[in-house]
Design a protein around this ligand. Structure first.
Ligand code: SF4
Length: 255
């Protein structure tokens, strides 16, 4: 059954933003170290290479710093800053692996960082106040919502579900019929990308665990994605659940 609660593991947005800023400082530190190590070039070619390299790193750092500034301002003002959107997306995707690496060094739980990333992403998407037609919205759900003992093959066609009510797929279909949105059940990134290609959505509501949501949000750029974490009372990837309240709330935001 789908839980009817709004409860969701919360993560502070400032965790991910702080790690982004930390990553940027690390890049700055590496650039400074490079400068120091190569500051005694012996040939003209070395001098040119050094200037080009440091110039490139500095330009990239300024762009990413504007992106991080844009994220902070957007969340603070609760208002989208359109000209900074590309830089914000670049900062999030370029520094994401570094933020995860930095978190590991400081022994911060990776799922916590990904939850924080999802929170930041959702907040940025919400500030855009984007509205689409129901048929332009795709709800992407993970295959692990299906009851493990169910014999029906629903990944190729979710309508093969017999609506017995033993797992959340029944409720997903009820939401699809009630709200007129598209629903795709994916076993992984390849099938999720196939649904995106097939439905060409203008917005996506994705249900998944921290790992799949974090990568799915980045893969789908520039399509806005609202992420809804699934619930895993029996452990990962097995008979998972979702909150119908949070799912409907995310869908209603777009339509
Ligand atoms: S609701 Fe559908 S997918 Fe879930 S157990 Fe019943 S028939 Fe299978």
């Amino acid at each position: 059954m789908i839980a009817n609660t709004a409860a969701q593991p919360q993560a502070k947005k400032r965790l991910f933003i702080g790690l982004l800023a930390g990553s940027l400082l690390t890049v700055g530190g590496v650039a400074g170290l490079l400068w120091y190590l190569l500051s005694q070039p012996t040939t003209v070619l070395q001098q040119i290479l050094l200037v080009v390299l440091i110039g490139f790193i500095l330009i990239a750092m300024v762009a990413v710093a504007f992106g991080i500034g844009g994220i902070v301002l957007t969340i603070w003002l609760a208002k989208t800053i359109s000209p900074l959107q590309p830089l914000m997306r670049t900062a999030m995707s370029v520094l994401f692996p570094m933020a995860i690496g930095l978190g590991k060094i400081f022994k911060i739980d990776t799922n916590n960082i990904k939850r924080s990333f999802i929170e930041v992403n959702n907040q940025l998407v919400r500030t855009r106040e984007l509205k689409v037609k129901p048929w332009q919205l795709l709800v992407l759900a993970p295959h692990c919502l299906q009851k493990s003992s169910c014999p029906h093959k629903i990944t190729s066609n979710i309508s093969n579900c017999k609506r017995c009510g033993d797992c959340p797929v029944d409720q997903l279909l009820a939401i699809r019929d009630k709200m007129g949105v598209n629903v795709g059940l994916a076993t992984g990134g390849t099938l999720a990308r196939k649904y995106v290609k097939e439905y060409r959505p203008k917005a996506i509501v994705a249900i998944a665990c921290e790992r799949d949501l974090a990568s799915g949000i980045q893969d789908s750029t520039p399509i806005p994605v609202l992420g809804v974490l699934n619930e895993r009372p029996f452990g990962p990837c097995f008979n998972t659940q979702i909150s119908v309240y949070r799912l409907e709330e995310a869908i209603r935001y777009f339509i």
